[in-house]
Design a protein around this ligand. Sequence first.
Ligand code: NAD
Length: 499
Amino acid sequence: MPMKTIKGLKVTTAPSGAPVSRMRIGGRWEEGSSGEFLEVTSPATGAVVGFVPLGTRADAQRAIAAANAAKPKIAGLSVWERSKLCFAVADAIEKRKEDLARTLCLEQGKPYHAEALGEAGAAVAAFRNAGEQIKWLETACFPVEDRNKRAFSFLQPKGVFGIVTPWNFPLALPSIYYLAPGLAAGNAMVWVPAPTTSIIAEKLMECLIEAGVPDGVVNLVIGDGPEVGDEVVSNPGTDAIAFTGSSETGRIIASRGAGKPLMVELGGNGPTIVLADADLDTAAARAAAGCFANAGQICTSTERILVADAVHDAFVEKLVAAARAVRMGDPFDPATTMGPLNNEPNAQKVDAHLADARQRGASILFGGGRAEGLATRLHYQPTVITDLSPDSLLNVEETFGPVVPVLRFRDEEEAHRIVTKSRLGLSAAVFTQTIRHAFRWAEALRVGIVNVNEMSPYWETHIPAGGAAGTASGIGRTGGRHTLLEMSDLKTVTIDISR
Ligand code: NAD
C-alpha cells in the first residue's frame, strides 16, 4: 500500500523516538481518536522533531461543544479583566521565548537568530497590543429624531470562533490575527493550525494555560485541513470563521462557512514598482529583503519587481549582489540568513513556476532551483530572473519562494498592464523620490496596503491590511482595532424615556 502523507509528512500509527504533541479540548490534553499521527521532520535538518495527532471530525465536534460550554467564562469577564489576561499570556510567551523560537526553527525551518526569535517577540507584542487596544475601543451614542428616545451601541463577543491558520508564521500569525484579539474581544475559540506546524501550537497553548485562560475557552484541534478544518468551518456550533491560507482554500472556506461572519486573509503576489527616479540602493536592498525574508513564504512577499527601463540594468546588478549575500545552512548559526521552504508541495510549486518561466524564455541570472549540499532538498537558491513574459506563472500567481522576477517597463501604462495580469491584490511597494508619483501609484494599485520606499511585507500589527475588494486576496481587514472590531458584534440599544 502506498505510504499516506500530508503536506509531504508521513502518517504513522506507531510514533516513537520523539515527543508526541497533544490537542487541547475543553481543558484536557488529548491524543485524538484516530490512532494516527503525523511524523514532523525539520525542513532545515531532516531530523524527526516530533509527532502530532491526526484529529478527526469527532475530535473537532467535541472541541466545538467545549468552546460553547466555555463561552460565558470569557464573555463574562470585564474588558479590564480580559486585558489583564492578554498581558499575562504575553508574559508567559516572553518567559519561554527561546524555547518557542527553537521549536519554530526546527519545525517551520526559519533560522533561529535571523528570524525565529523575532517571530516569538511578535507573538508577545500581539497579546500586549490586543490587551491595550481593547481598553480604549469606544462605541457611539447616536443623536436621534424622537426627543423621547436615546440610542447607543456597545461591543459584545461574537461567540465561538472557528480559526484555521497556515504554516508560514505559525506562532505570530495566529497570535496577532486571531487568538490575542479573540480573547480580548471575549470569544471562545477552536483553533486548527497547519499540520506541518502543530508542535508550536501545543507550546502556545501551554502559555495560554499558564496565564490562566479558562478551560475550554481556547481549544486546539490538530489534523488535516479538509477534515478537522472543514468541520470547524461548517459546523453550526461555530458562530464565526477566521481563516488565513491560500486563495484556493479560501474559496472553499467561504462556501463551507457561508452565512457566518468570515475573516479571510488569502494569498498575495505583491508587485514592487521601481520608478526611474528611485534611490536604487534602497530599492534593491529592500526589495531583496522582501523577497528572501522567510524564504519568500510571506503573503506580502516581494513576488515580482517591475523596473523602469532606464534603471533596469543597474537595479538588477544590485539585486543580484543582494541575492549573492544570502546565507543558508545550519539553522542555529547566527550567520544563516535564510531557511528552507517548509514543505515539499510548496517547493514543487516553486519548481513548476520556474520551469514555466524557463519554457517562456526567461533568463535566470542567479540561482534557479533547489540548493545542493545542504541537509535537505527543501533549501531553495535565492533566484533572480529577467526577461520574463508577463503571462508567466511567476507574474500571474503567488509563488511563495525566494524567487524574484524583474520585469522591465517602458511607460507607466505598460507597468499597469503587467501588474493587473494577476487577480491577487494584497500588498505592493513603490520606490520613487517624487511625491506625486508615490500618490498616483498608491491610489491606483488595487491592493490592501502600499508601502512607499519600503518593502511590500513591511507591516506594523496595528495598521490595517488585507485583500482589496474584487481580488482573490481575502475579505476584511486585519490589524489592531480593525481585528478587534471584526471579532466583536456591535449591539445597538434604543430606550424610550417618555414614561
Ligand atoms: P493552505 O490554504 O493550504 O492551508 C491553510 C490552512 O487551511 C491549513 O491549516 C490547512 O490545513 C487548512 N485547510 C486546507 N484545506 C482546508 C479545507 N478544505 N477546509 C478547511 N481547512 C483547510 O495554505 P498554506 O499553504 O498553509 O499557507 C500558505 C498560504 O497562506 C499562502 O497562499 C499565503 O499567501 C497565505 N497567507 C496569507 C496571509 C494574509 O494575511 N493574507 C498570511 C499568511 C499566509
